[in-house]
Design a protein around this ligand. Sequence first.
Ligand SMILES: Nc1nc2c(ncn2[C@@H]2O[C@H](COP(=O)(O)OP(=O)(O)OP(=O)(O)O)[C@@H](O)[C@H]2O)c(=O)[nH]1
Ligand SMILES: [Mg+2]
Length: 278
Amino acid sequence: MKMLTSSDIKRYLKVVDVVLEVVEARLPASSRPPDLGSLLKGKETILVLNKADLADFTATRRWLNFYRAQGQLAVEMNSQTGEGLAKLKYLLRKLATAKKERLSQRGILSSPLRVMVVGIPNVGKSSLLNRLVGRAVARTGDRPGITRGPQWVRQLKEWEVLDTPGILGISMRQERTTLLLHALGCIPEWKVSPEEVAAELICTLQEQGWRTQEDCEEILDKVGRERGFLKPGGEVDREKAARVFIQEFRRGDLGKFTLEWPPIDISFFGGSGEESAG
Ligand SMILES: Nc1nc2c(ncn2[C@@H]2O[C@H](COP(=O)(O)OP(=O)(O)OP(=O)(O)O)[C@@H](O)[C@H]2O)c(=O)[nH]1
Ligand SMILES: [Mg+2]
């Protein structure tokens, strides 16, 4: 499967003005590729917490405060409906104006802002691009690995956006993160069993206040029996049940949950919780 490599990123960084780093709002830190930060050093970046419609509202406020307190531009987004787009466009227009001024000082006629969209698979990079340019030019889909190669799309004279395939760097990640990334559908090939993923997911959801006292096996047995996923001897097919359970979580059927919270609650030290972008 074609994934974006570090050398691809380095090459594109030479020609882009801004990077939109798309992360999963339900896993904002662990869905950042481990080495990306050092590659992007010195480049203007905007962190996009996408699929915010599926995340816990308070958690998203905290994450935005957390990143903004570090001087990182960060916005939340629902690329399916376009909610959050106005704020992102506002930030991009500010950067475009700054670029125009820089160029005109050197007597150069203005050129559009060049924006690159990067992130791990299935976080909504292509959906975001479609929103930014206002038409469905990039293919999207509910599984990882949809975008096969980089694609430039121009939006009038305002900006040019580069869609890219997902970046994966799972070897360096903790086991728990790998399991949760599977749960979110960000890993193209199953490297672990669906039951293991469901077990970690259920445990995490319970930590996040999901109201059920049952353990993983009980939950999967219930899901399997409700749907008639039975093996010849009458035993529940837990693997099939686990896949369905994970699918329901991904779609938000279990509710809005964020699987990790920022290390310290910065809003406690004076953040209002409703801050403006930047
Ligand atoms: N609920 C919700 N779904 C979204 C959002 N953004 C994208 N999606 C869905 O998530 C799935 C993945 O979206 P894509 O835009 O294809 O993701 P991608 O990052 O380009 O994926 P790859 O090209 O495979 O790496 C699709 O089913 C989208 O409809 C969002 O903000 N909220
Ligand atoms: Mg894509």
